[in-house]
Write a protein that binds this ligand. Structure first.
Ligand code: CP
Length: 314
């Protein structure tokens, strides 16, 4: 695998291999006073973020540093992008400056695919490109870390029933998760108001519901999505209040879940909107486990793309 642009790049065996590799990195670092492996010494990893991020950018940086790569963070707001430089020229410049891997977040769907094509134009090679979120399209490393978290919490994914709830239409996390979880044999149910479901959802490998109270008692896990007001051009239907009442996982709804069901949220969480304060802090919430797994998962992805030997990274 040269790039990770979409969960469609992953068949079940490849995805399972990445989850296993992430577990090995986690074990290799467990209890170490100095968390440093020599795995990517001499490699240069660049993150290029055109949208805000806490978890994804930081965890890629930590992942690269824990494997001894040189990690350079390019923020669009302090780069020559602000002087009008194009995405194509920026990407080619970073490759020419020595990037072995480019980790890209961009508001345009398809941006990472385009960068992979552009950066290979001159020498036929180009860097490994990792999609760290492209518009409303995909966020493949988020889906991988979520699958790892669910596998750890539930003991496996085959036949498990997982609800993805909320602003599905704007969610690259929902798109990547629905497809990857199906690849692993899980049953996915999307729960959202009709206005927050994408056109064409009928072709997704999922069940659809508008009734969260009915779905909650039937699931092994529920993944709450952030309401992405920044992608709504000022309009939000239903209203924030109505949304929260009908689709928020408040403390009363949390009690509808089976005792051992797990709650996930990719973050950032809007407490009091899509998730209640107590649910978010309850033992069934796996939110911080998702963050820790994000580092190990991104180590596994970087290792797989830059070195490629299965099982040899940790
Ligand atoms: N889950 C996620 O992508 O979070 P950030 O936007 O903070 O990276």
């Amino acid at each position: 695998m040269k790039h990770l642009l979409s969960v469609d790049d992953l068949d079940r065996d490849t995805a399972t291999g990445l989850l296993d590799e992430a577990e090995r990195f986690s074990q290799a670092l467990l209890g170490r006073e100095i968390r440093k492996l020599p795995t990517l010494r001499g490699r240069t990893v660049m993150t290029v973020f055109y949208e805000n991020s806490t978890r994804t950018r930081v965890s890629f940086e930590v992942a690269g540093k824990w494997m001894s790569a040189d990690v350079i963070n390019v923020s669009a707001s302090s780069s020559s992008v602000n002087k009008g430089e194009s995405l194509r020229d920026t990407a080619k410049t970073l490759y020419a400056a020595g990037a072995d891997a480019l980790i890209v977040r961009h508001p345009a769907s398809g941006a990472a695919h385009q960068i992979a094509r552009w950066t290979a134009e001159d020498d036929g090679a180009g860097p490994a490109v990792i999609n760290a979120g492209d518009g409303t399209h995909e966020h493949p490393t988020q889906a991988l870390l979520d699958a790892l978290t669910l596998r750890q919490r539930l003991g496996g994914l085959e036949g498990r029933r997982i609800a993805i709830v909320g602003d599905v239409v704007h969610s690259r996390v929902a798109r990547s998760n629905a497809r990857l979880l199906s690849t692993f044999g899980a049953e996915v149910v999307l729960v959202a108001p009709p206005t927050l479901l994408p056109v064409g959802v009928g072709s997704w490998p999922v069940e659809v519901s508008h009734d969260l109270d009915r779905v909650l008692p039937t699931v092994d896990a529920v993944m709450m999505l952030r309401v992405q007001a920044e992608r709504m051009n000022g309009g939000f239907f239903p209203s924030a209040r109505e949304y929260s009442v009908r689709y928020g996982l408040n403390d009363r709804r949390g009690r509808l879940l089976p005792d051992d069901a797990v709650v996930l949220h990719p973050g950032p969480m809007l407490r009091g909107m899509e998730i209640g304060y107590d649910v978010a802090d309850s033992p069934r919430a796996a939110v911080l486990q998702q963050v820790s797994n994000g580092v190990h998962m991104r180590m596994a992805v970087l290792f797989s793309l830059l070195v490629g030997t299965e099982g040899g990274g940790a």
